[in-house]
Design a protein around this ligand. Structure first.
Ligand code: UD1
Length: 433
């Protein structure tokens, strides 16, 4: 199994570029099923979750070609309406294929999706919303039989602004009869990106990015080209790495507006932020300050996906920070691993209490989930001595070539599956104490 070997406490410096957003590209790839033609999607990162989406598209009959960061999806012929369980279990986003498959083939046979183990993650809002749009869904154990011969518009009030449910509704309602209104819709930038893609294909979606979205169903969509927005979570991860390990770092290809929920937290830590169009320069103090309180919330609140990486940056801060996780009930699994570096983090119900320590030291840790995995990398980068980070397949779901990108800004990081090298670095870490 591959691991990252990181020799920490090196100053990061220079420029690092942010790739396209995973959480945008996955629903947009699902939405290409609606288009009987060739969709061209630019700025697509090389991630295992993207590969999993491509496998689903190809299984359903689409032809997909990659040319560097562009994906060309030919969904002229869709021959299947079943997604095998092992494909569904590869990622949470597979559930978004339900809306697109129902719209395209009127029938879909799928199982419950997989994804990071960060909570119960039910799909009740997805199913009740699709039912409102006319779908007849029967559950058989872990699998679902869904039919929608008579799709129509509806007024849907979400009891929680679920990102995935909002995406499923938009996709299912884009090509339908009548008007659909989503009340309490998710407002994440990835929702706006999905709507922008579909609107470029002729859909009539109004209000994406706001709490109420209106969709006037159209009879068909036409092909278009679309470029994916930069990944705000990757940007926040690099900001956290810079806060912990750099005097100054320039993060390129960002949308500052999408980072507005996280910027105040970095400023409270004592970082200075300078935005110049699509670049962000972050200048970090010698020692970060604590943040009074961070509470994860739906957008435009502080993103749950950024909680673990910011926590990793705060390990060596001055003072005590409380992070309250209000979105997912078990998104603190990374904490026991972070404490292996010598961090002082305790959990009280849905709050993590981070008491800053002066220094941390290399450790052998495992990724617990995607963003938790990124927090291991940040802690290892700021720790003295060598660390090994295992189960990095979690990281590869959302970060393109993380070790190459970080090495370019001065990190001593390499990926290896050479057991001997891993054992050597573990020994070294034990000797370092
Ligand atoms: C998406 C993101 C994920 C991010 C999350 C919240 C993708 C691929 N993933 O996940 O990175 O952490 O938004 O910003 O875009 N819920 C229900 N019933 C449902 C759906 C959701 O109770 O039918 C609950 C969930 O358990 C969770 C909360 O709503 O507690 C938020 O979930 P949701 O916004 O749906 O997140 P995802 O779309 O799964």
């Amino acid at each position: 199994m591959e691991k990252l070997i990181i020799n920490g406490a090196k100053k990061l410096q220079g420029e690092i570029s942010v790739h396209g957003a995973k959480n945008s590209v996955l629903p947009i790839l699902a939405a290409t099923l609606l288009i009987k033609g060739i969709s061209v999607i630019h700025n697509v990162p090389q991630l295992t979750d993207v590969d999993a989406s491509i496998r689903i598209l190809e299984y359903l009959g689409a032809k997909v070609k990659r040319e560097e960061s562009t994906l060309i999806v030919d969904a002229n012929e869709i021959t299947e309406n079943t997604i095998p369980e092992e494909m569904m279990r590869e990622m949470r986003s597979s559930i978004i294929f339900l809306g697109s498959l129902l719209s395209r083939t009127k029938e879909a046979y799928i199982c419950y999706p997989g994804g990071c183990d960060i909570g119960i993650r039910p799909i009740d809002l997805h199913l009740s919303s699709l039912r409102k749009l006319g779908a007849v869904i029967t559950e058989n154990g872990n699998c679902l039989c869904c039919k929608n011969q008579n799709s129509h518009g509806a007024k849907i009030i979400l009891t929680f602004p679920s990102v995935g449910a909002t995406e499923n509704i938009i996709i299912a309602a884009a090509v339908s009869k009548g008007k659909t209104t989503i009340i309490n819709a998710a407002r994440e930038p990835e929702i706006s990106d999905l709507a922008a893609f579909l609107n470029s294909c002729g859909a009539k979606i109004f209000g994406a990015g706001e709490g109420t979205i209106e969709i006037e169903g159209v009879s068909s969509l036409y092909p278009c080209a679309h470029s994916i927005i930069p990944d705000r979570v990757v940007a926040a991860t690099y900001m956290s790495a810079a806060a912990a390990c750099a005097d100054e770092l320039v993060i390129k290809n960002i949308r500052s507006q999408h980072l507005s929920p996280v910027m105040p937290v970095f400023m409270e830590m004592g970082c200075k932020l300078y935005v110049d169009r699509n670049d962000l320069k972050i200048v970090s103090p010698k020692r970060l300050k604590r943040v009074r309180m961070i509470k994860t919330m739906p957008y435009p609140g502080f993103p749950t996906d950024c909680q673990s990486v910011v926590m990793a940056a705060l390990i060596k801060s001055y003072g005590t920070t409380v992070i309250n996780e209000s979105i997912f009930e078990s998104r603190f699994k990374h904490i026991s691993e972070l404490n292996r570096f010598g961090a002082d983090i305790t959990v009280n119900d849905r709050s993590a209490i981070i008491s800053g320590v002066k220094n941390i030291y290399g450790a052998n840790v495992y990724c617990t989930d995607l963003r938790g995995g990124a927090s291991m990398v940040i802690a290892a980068l700021s720790a003295e001595g060598k660390s090994t980070v295992g189960d990095i397949y979690h990281i590869d779901r959302g970060y393109e070539k993380i070790e190459e990108n970080l090495a370019r800004i001065g990190a001593d990081i390499k990926r290896t599956d050479n057991e001997k090298a891993i054992e050597e670095s573990k020994k070294c870490e034990i000797q370092n104490g």
